[in-house]
Design a protein around this ligand. Structure first.
Ligand code: HEM
Length: 176
């Protein structure tokens, strides 16, 4: 079996953990905690921090993938399944860049820096108008749910391949 490299698997499982944290923190700060409470502010600080970390990981991950292309999708899979896998993986790469960027644009209209957990100052995007910030916020809030649907399909596809023991099973697993 041709497996993903240890580095590719590391990036994959790290991204998965960060995404779980982002759904939890995004939902909690935006839907559960009252506006103006310290809990909400703290949860939002976590959300920004983990989101920007995911953006950094996404850039490194895509850079690594371009330099070290993964093993080809197994030829034993039907052509339509290979096509679906290829395009859904491309969509994932797009979304792990685009979603954090929309979050960053949402909080950027005042410019300057934003403070992350650990006292790290991160630069906001200069020149963002209130209108663009509102639009980015609306896109962010909606596209995360499309991302959730894609993730569920991705997990079901992985379970399907695992259950059937197809040539695609286990390639992202860190151990044999
Ligand atoms: C893949 C990365 C990310 C995911 C999966 C994600 C997920 C979420 C979720 C689930 C919500 C709640 C949506 C709702 O209540 O309907 C949310 C809201 C929000 N997130 Fe993120 N987030 C990500 C990255 C970021 C980043 C990097 C930032 C900022 C630097 C950010 C800033 C925000 C803001 C400001 C809101 C509130 C949106 C609004 O009020 O219009 N997010 N996010």
């Amino acid at each position: 079996m041709q497996r993903y490299s240890a580095v590719a698997a590391f990036f994959h499982w790290l991204s998965a953990a960060l995404v779980i944290g982002l759904f939890y923190s995004g939902y909690m700060f935006h839907q559960v905690f009252e506006r103006g409470t310290p809990e909400r502010g703290d949860m939002f600080a976590w959300h920004k921090t983990v989101g920007i970390l995911l953006l950094v990981v996404a850039v490194l991950r895509i850079g690594h993938r371009l330099m070290k292309p993964p093993p080809p999708l197994p030829a034993a899979l039907p052509a339509n399944e290979r096509m679906l896998a290829k395009w859904s993986h491309r969509l994932f790469y797009f979304l792990i860049l685009f979603i954090p960027l929309t979050g960053l644009i949402k909080i950027s209209p005042d410019g300057g820096m934003t403070e992350l957990k650990g006292g790290i100052d991160f630069p906001l995007i200069p020149g963002v108008s209130e209108g663009l910030s509102d639009l980015a916020g609306t896109i962010h809030e909606n596209i995360v749910w499309a991302f959730a649907v894609l993730l569920i399909i991705h997990i079901l596809a992985a379970l399907y391949h695992h259950g059937r023991g197809t040539a695609a099973a286990g390639r992202m697993w860190p151990t044999r």
